[in-house]
Design a protein around this ligand. Structure first.
Ligand SMILES: C[S@@+](CC[C@H](N)C(=O)[O-])C[C@H]1O[C@@H](n2cnc3c(N)ncnc32)[C@H](O)[C@@H]1O
Length: 365
């Protein structure tokens, strides 16, 4: 085996066996980041990408780019686990990453994967793909433009953002600067943040006369992730604002701002999931149980278009004890409304019921 200038170990994830640096990424100020980068927490993120790319390949896609590959783990898993004819290009500009990707490709015996060591934006300018994966540290904004243009009509762009503190309103200045949008520091801020990310991609797409259609989106651990079908030609720009009345907590999505309530945006006000596409995603037995749990919750909430509520926030405003989520959902459904849990928040729920009906559920408890 090649000797690297850092200590290595081998890990298993999915069907791959991958050599990774032994020193994990340091946490806290002054800690050195280990390169090449590998984060075991992102397993769910990678599992979902396998399922999405599988569907894409079944629909005729074949050219896959893992643009910021690190150790190569995602691209190698795609090459090993997705069935059908696909070719995977792994890319990372870091020298150690490149060497490690080559070694990991060899180790896993994949003959449909190749490695490159280029600046992602340069690589994206040279050709097109059916699937482009952009999984950076922090914000993806510097790659969005070129990545959108490098996806062929009907293909898919997958984007991760780990700058959730900016998107979710802890650093509003950073959100304005990077995403040209106003976040909202509220209990339901992660849906706002994810919608700002998708809205930003939609605005970039519109600048190039193309459209996006979100297929799967999630907020997990320290990151947001979205998979968008990229469509050539004009498509609906579902852009607007999330409005939240600070007194009643009533929240909705609208194309215009209002001065009497708090607003965040511009952001994506359309569906952040495609329920039909989601229904076809079936986690595999060897995948993390967290992946099935996440997808089950998302499938249930994907057909309810209203933003979610926090049960704790609602109870504290009404000065009542927080009812159990099971009883909230049951009462709303008994009253003829749709209601589900939300993956955004273990204390959250999503419903199409009007505010009065939600309030009466809390007050009746
Ligand atoms: C978060 S890591 C990728 C993790 C990987 N996708 C995974 O699942 O383990 C981000 C990687 O992007 C690489 N990178 C950052 N900017 C780049 C650029 N402009 N072009 C190519 N690679 C870049 C870094 O070297 C780093 O390895």
């Amino acid at each position: 085996m090649v000797k690297f200038g850092f200590e290595t170990e081998e890990i298993n994830e999915g069907k791959a066996r991958i050599i990774v640096p032994k020193t994990r990424r340091g946490k806290g100020p002054g800690k050195k980041e280990a390169f090449p980068f590998y984060n075991p927490v992102m397993e769910v993120n990678r599992d979902v990408s396998i399922l999405v790319v599988q569907k894409l390949v079944e629909k005729g896609g074949s050219r896959i780019l893992d643009g910021l590959s690190g150790t190569g783990i995602r691209g190698i898993r795609l090459a090993l686990e997705v069935e059908g004819g696909l070719s995977v290009l792994l890319n990372d500009w870091n020298e150690d990453s490149f060497e490690l990707m080559l070694e990991n490709i060899k180790k896993n015996g994949v003959n449909n994967a190749e490695a490159r060591q280029e600046d992602l934006n340069q690589l994206l300018s040279k050709g097109t793909f059916d699937y482009v994966d952009v999984d950076p540290f922090g914000t993806p904004v510097q790659f969005v433009d070129k990545a959108l243009k490098a996806v062929d009509d009907g293909g898919c762009l997958a984007i991760t953002a780990t700058d959730t503190a900016a998107l979710a309103g802890s650093y509003p200045g950073a959100c304005r600067r990077k995403y040209d949008a106003e976040p909202m520091q509220t209990r339901t801020r992660h849906e706002v943040g994810l919608r700002i990310l998708i809205g930003h991609c939609a605005r970039c797409a519109a600048d190039h006369g193309i459209g996006i259609h979100p297929l799967v989106s999630h907020s997990s651990d320290h990151y947001y992730r979205t998979y968008m079908k990229v469509t050539g030609g004009k498509s609906d720009q579902e852009l607007g604002y999330l409005l939240k009345d600070p007194d009643t907590l009533e929240t909705h999505l609208d194309v215009t701002k209002r001065s009497d309530v708090s607003s965040a945006g511009p952001l994506w006000i359309g569906r952040i999931w495609d329920p039909d596409f989601l229904r076809e995603l079936r986690p595999r037995s060897y995948m993390s149980s967290k992946t099935s749990k996440l997808l089950d919750t998302i499938k249930a909430e994907s057909t309810i278009d209203e933003p979610y509520y926090s049960s704790d926030e609602m109870a504290s405003r009404l000065k009542v004890h927080t009812p159990s989520l099971a009883s909230i959902l049951e009462s709303l459904r008994d009253n003829g409304y749709s209601a589900s849990l939300t993956h955004f928040d273990p204390k959250g729920f999503r419903t199409d019921a009007p505010l009065e009906s939600i309030l009466s559920v809390f007050q009746a408890d």
